[in-house]
Design a protein around this ligand. Structure first.
Ligand code: AKG
Ligand code: FE2
Length: 367
């Protein structure tokens, strides 16, 4: 009796942790906990066209092309007008991309007992499954593994080091390649913003986190959200929509628009920290992941932040009496701690919390 009760309990826990487990039973309607009313916001449907497509940036042309100034101009407007772009010719080989896709898919196909070894532990933000804050919290339609990756000393011993070795090996390679790519991009962003080079040094050997997500098909996709609307609390994020299934949407001028997958392209987006450092010249953009009724979607997002002990705030080279700082200065460690207690995934609310209010401007001016 005790055994069967605990078996039921385990099943319930596993269902809350994993949509893959939930949909093993025949399911014609979505359980209440997953229903999120998001359809009252205007959005473009997949077939509809938006007057401009998300910009595509060619990294090779940006570095070795014939007209680098023109490419830099394209990058500037992509960051300023969109906060998001597709990156092609990024230098990550097709073999690495394909191996990673197979290995990440392999992870989500592991039996539940295996994946539960990595489950989010009480009070933790890392691991497999959803961080459940309260009983009435709405749940997203996606199974995730979130891990801190760099510096190595912050790797959680029961997560990355314990992953199947073939997944770990390809991840090590991908993590390093993306770290190099992120630094190249950061340098280019600095150039377009005219931020002094040393102000971006905070990103060298900075913090790198990773979220792998498996979004199973859903019988009523219009009622759920794969990943709720949020902006990323990062410098930049590099997203790999690895199995070619659409689902990402970004909010542009108040309208949700779909980002179509371009084979082997990576999607780069500006996070809250670059919005702060650029003093609002580049803005982080709200985005979300939708799901569909036919095919699972798999993505890996890599997040790049400055070093723990560094301080972030509007770049000194961008602020002057005509352009006063719009955001507070804060040490990264503090920023991250506050983020996880204050916000989670909730629009751009955390960035707003960093904004210097009119009252504070007045107080500062009167000191
Ligand atoms: O899976 C996606 O398309 C979006 C992922 C994302 O935005 C995130 O992990 O922060
Ligand atoms: Fe995101």
């Amino acid at each position: 009796m005790v055994f069967s009760q605990s078996a039921i309990l385990r099943e319930e826990v596993e269902e809350a942790m994993s949509i893959q487990e939930l949909i093993k039973k025949p399911l014609t309607s979505v359980p209440q906990r997953y229903i999120q009313l998001h359809n009252n916001e205007p959005s473009l449907l997949a077939g509809e066209t938006f007057s401009h497509a998300l910009p595509t940036i060619n990294l090779k042309k940006l570095i070795h092309g014939e007209d680098i100034e023109l490419e830099l101009e394209k990058l500037t407007s992509a960051c300023r007008d969109w906060g998001f772009f597709q990156l092609v010719e990024h230098g990550i080989s097709s073999v690495v991309m394909k191996t990673l896709e197979d290995e990440v898919e392999g992870f989500f196909m592991l039996p539940m007992e295996e994946k539960m070894k990595y489950k989010v532990r009480p009070g933790d933000v890392e691991g497999y499954g959803t961080v459940i804050g309260s009983e009435d919290q709405k749940l997203d339609w996606g199974d995730r593994l979130f891990m801190k990756i760099n510096p190595r000393s912050i790797r959680n011993p029961h997560l990355f080091p314990e992953l199947p070795s073939s997944l770990r090996n390809i991840l090590e390679l991908y993590i390093e390649e993306l770290q190099n790519l992120a630094m190249i991009l950061m340098g280019l962003l600095g150039k377009t913003l005219k931020i002094e080079k040393r102000e971006l040094e905070v990103f060298e050997d900075g913090i790198q986190n990773m979220r792998m997500t498996y979004y199973p098909p859903c019988p009523q996709p219009e009622l759920v959200m794969g990943l709720s609307a949020h902006s990323d609390a990062t410098g930049i994020t590099i997203l790999n929509q690895m199995n070619g299934v659409n689902g990402l949407q970004i909010k542009k001028d108040g309208v949700w628009i779909p980002v179509n997958v371009i084979s082997e392209a990576l999607v780069v987006n500006i996070g809250d920290i670059i919005e702060i450092m650029s003093n609002g010249a580049y803005k982080s953009v709200e985005h979300r992941a939708t799901v569909n009724s036919e095919k699972e979607r798999i993505s890996v997002a890599m997040f790049f932040l400055p070093k723990f002990q560094s301080e972030i705030g509007p770049a000194v080279s961008l602020t002057n009496p005509e352009h006063p700082p719009l955001f507070k200065r804060i040490v990264v460690e503090e920023y991250i701690k506050d983020y996880f207690t204050h916000n989670k995934l909730n629009g751009k609310s955390y960035l707003e919390h960093m904004r210097i209010t009119d009252d504070e401007k007045f107080t500062n001016a009167s000191i």
